[in-house]
Design a binder for this molecule. Structure first.
Ligand code: SAH
Length: 345
């Protein structure tokens, strides 16, 4: 059985057409799901008994079940969810001045193998369906409804490589973006990729307004080869070429994520190389303090080093920001909580 969340609005119309239902039924059900946040078909009061029975026969609604929730001192909340087949995924709710942001997972585990990341501790088991990603949002939104709060921002930066699950991730974005539903603005949705250049070009052609973030983490191939195996497949030059193509079609700023790892990629020379690489692009660098993953042995940099690195980039003509740390006192690095649970099993 599938979750009904797997169907973006347009797909729901097509689905209902095959079941013999008119288009307005899709509008009704879509609103029930995403505006009224119904998690039970039987509660949909203006839907006929016959249709409810048919929906119940073929679909379920909520695809995630809460296993554990950790809340940090700064109220950052980490959710560990179980899917219908028992697979575990994580999502994080963060609170900013501009509103509430949720970070969702796109795969169960990850195959990209970045050397510093907890997600890769467990190989990819499977892709998530779009509905399973939507479910992470809906679970958290339903909880927030009790306080009359809404999710303003979504980042696909949890476990998994979104562009390794391209179609489902695009469907997910469509669903949460749709006006009849949650209506999270396209500019409030961010897809973060480790740099699958062919998919970046495909994404460029879609000409959608979602934000694109690139996990760069090293300014040259020698270093990036060591940190991120994906760099063996797509060298920095190829990645940059795909991004220039993206920029030629989309007037959107690109974010470059750069985790500062002590003694690895934090030198003055790295900062200068990074600025040189990005100069002239419609881009900025987001410097990320490292969430330590003990299994990997890397250490984060102190604030002074981060600020110094920031200064060099800015002086060399490239804009930068430093990411606030959230949920330091919980297992907030992607994959940490899940890896722990799997180890307990
Ligand atoms: N696969 C995608 C999205 C998931 S990772 C990608 O690579 O972008 C989301 C971001 O978190 C990436 O920039 C990733 O490099 C970063 N990240 C991974 N592990 C981290 C850690 N322990 N501390 C801080 N950032 C981390």
């Amino acid at each position: 059985m599938k979750t009904i969340y797997d169907y973006p609005y347009e797909d729901l119309i097509d689905l209902f057409a095959t079941m013999g239902y008119k288009k307005y039924r899709a509008d009704q059900i879509f609103k029930w799901l995403y505006r009224k946040r119904a998690i039970d078909f039987a509660s949909m009061s203006d839907i006929s008994k016959e249709m409810i029975a048919k929906l119940e026969e073929n679909f379920y609604i909520m695809p995630v079940e809460l296993v554990t929730k950790q809340v940090a001192k700064d109220k950052t909340a980490k959710y560990l969810f179980k899917l219908h087949d028992g697979a575990l995924v994580e999502a994080v709710l963060m609170h900013f001045d501009f509103g509430h942001s949720v970070c969702v997972s796109s795969q169960v585990g990850c195959n990209m193998g970045c050397k510093f990341c907890a997600s890769g501790l467990l190989k990819k088991q499977r892709d998530l369906t779009s509905g399973e990603i939507v479910g992470q949002i809906m679970y958290i939104q339903k909880e927030m409804d009790e306080e009359d709060e809404r999710i303003n921002n979504v980042v696909i930066m949890g476990c998994g490589e979104p562009f390794d699950n391209y179609d489902e991730v695009m469907k997910f974005c469509k669903t949460v973006n749709h006006d009849l539903g949650l209506a999270i603005g396209a500019r409030h949705l961010t897809i973060s990729t480790c740099g699958l250049a062919d998919k970046i070009k495909r994404f460029a052609n879609e000409q959608v307004q979602y934000n694109l973030a690139i996990s760069l983490h090293a300014p040259n191939d020698e270093l990036r080869d060591q940190l991120m195996p994906v760099n063996h497949a797509y060298k920095i030059a190829e990645l940059m070429e795909a991004l220039r193509y993206y920029s030629s079609l989309n007037n959107r700023k690109i974010t470059f994520e750069y985790i500062l790892l002590k003694g690895v990629n934090d030198s003055d020379e790295c900062a200068r190389q990074l600025a040189k690489l990005l100069k002239g692009m419609n881009a900025y660098v987001n410097l990320i303090p490292y969430n330590q993953v003990d299994e990997h042995g890397f250490k984060g940099c102190d604030d002074k080093t981060i600020l110094h690195f920031y200064d060099i980039i800015m002086k060399n003509g490239v804009k930068a920001t430093i990411r606030q740390k959230h949920g330091d006192d919980i297992d907030a690095a992607c994959g940490q909580l899940r890896a722990k649970k799997e180890a307990e099993k």
